[in-house]
Ligand binder design. Structure first.
Ligand code: HEM
Length: 287
């Protein structure tokens, strides 16, 4: 099986498009590096770029399962492993660039990791990704059986560590880190709702998740500014309602969450011939 074919060996446009999408940022960074486009500190800039893409792709891999249910798109599962392995690949390059930045002095690298909490947290996330990557081959999946699912629950802890690492290394503007944290919160809420047997294909459930996720994102941002910077919590909270300068990340999380609810509402109308979606709808149809 190649990265662009499905299990039956047929060409999969979805897999091919995903492969191109995950390779593109890496090629762009390489291009910038080759054309002196990374600024005065190219290795530092490349560390930032690869870190950004590692966490974005990690979050994308976590979105696969909820999106399959919400968009009623089972084939999406075909790209989950590719996304997970790509997040690991970007994290590996990110770490390698860091070692390069420390002149390949491994003793210094590990003493820095030990001494700086944000590096230690990033390193723990990296080790977690390595454990998941090493057990993502068909043979490992078969050998681990039911334990594979248990082991891969580690991805939630890795997500938390990666988000904290992102926040901690950000000096001033935590917009991007907050937005990614918000998407992560939404994704965890979808899972929680599913485990609690809510129908996550139902627009009302998704709208409720969007609102709770938005409040969670605003709370995470507030907690960060209040504990790490000493900025008064009230000022951070009120900034959410000042739209002239910037629309705060929690609103964008609301847009994404409500977008999911709108998709769940509209899709069945656009595809009326499809079987009923979601647990409750299926149970109603069967009754
Ligand atoms: C071996 C483990 C890791 C090390 C040593 C490491 C190191 C670093 C360093 C040195 C920075 C830049 C800090 C600065 O300029 O002050 C950084 C930023 C970052 N790292 Fe890591 N990291 C590790 C693992 C990870 C992992 C596993 C992820 C994500 C899955 C990640 C995501 C990020 C992100 C998103 C940034 C911020 C990029 C930006 O601000 O644009 N890192 N990391």
């Amino acid at each position: 099986m190649t990265p662009w074919t499905d299990r039956a060996g047929n060409f999969s446009p979805l897999k091919a498009a995903t492969l191109a999408a995950v390779l593109l940022p890496g090629c762009w960074v390489l291009y910038l590096a080759a054309t002196d486009g990374l600024g005065p500190r190219p290795i530092t800039e490349a560390i930032h770029e690869t870190g950004d893409w590692a966490i974005r792709i990690l979050v994308a891999s976590l979105a696969v399962t909820p999106l399959r249910r919400i968009l009623d798109w089972p084939k999406l599962i075909l790209v989950r492993r590719m996304l997970g392995v790509s997040a690991l690949a970007y994290a590996l390059v990110h770490f390698t660039l860091y070692i390069w930045d420390q002149n390949w002095d491994l003793a210094k690298v590990f003493s820095e990791i030990w001494l700086r909490t944000y590096l230690l947290i990033g390193f723990a996330a990296f080790l977690g990704l390595v454990a998941l990557g090493a057990t993502s081959f068909d043979r490992a999946i078969r050998a681990l059986g039911r334990n594979w699912g248990r082991l891969h629950m580690l991805v939630y802890a890795i997500g938390v560590l990666a988000v904290i690492h992102y926040f901690m290394q950000t000096k001033l503007d935590v917009f991007q880190a907050t937005f990614l944290a918000g998407l992560f919160i939404l994704l965890m809420l979808y899972r929680l709702a599913h485990w609690r047997r809510f129908d996550i294909a139902a627009p009302a459930t998704l709208a409720a998740i969007a609102v709770i996720g938005t409040l969670g994102t605003a709370a995470a941002e507030l907690a960060w500014y209040a504990t790490a910077t000493g900025v008064p919590a009230s000022r951070v909270f009120l900034a959410n309602f000042q739209f002239a300068f910037q629309i705060r990340p929690s609103w964008w999380v609301l847009v994404v969450g409500l977008g999911m609810a709108a998709a769940a509402y509209l899709l069945p109308k656009l595809r009326p011939e499809r079987a009923p979606r979601g647990r409750r709808a299926a149970a109603k149809a069967a009754a």
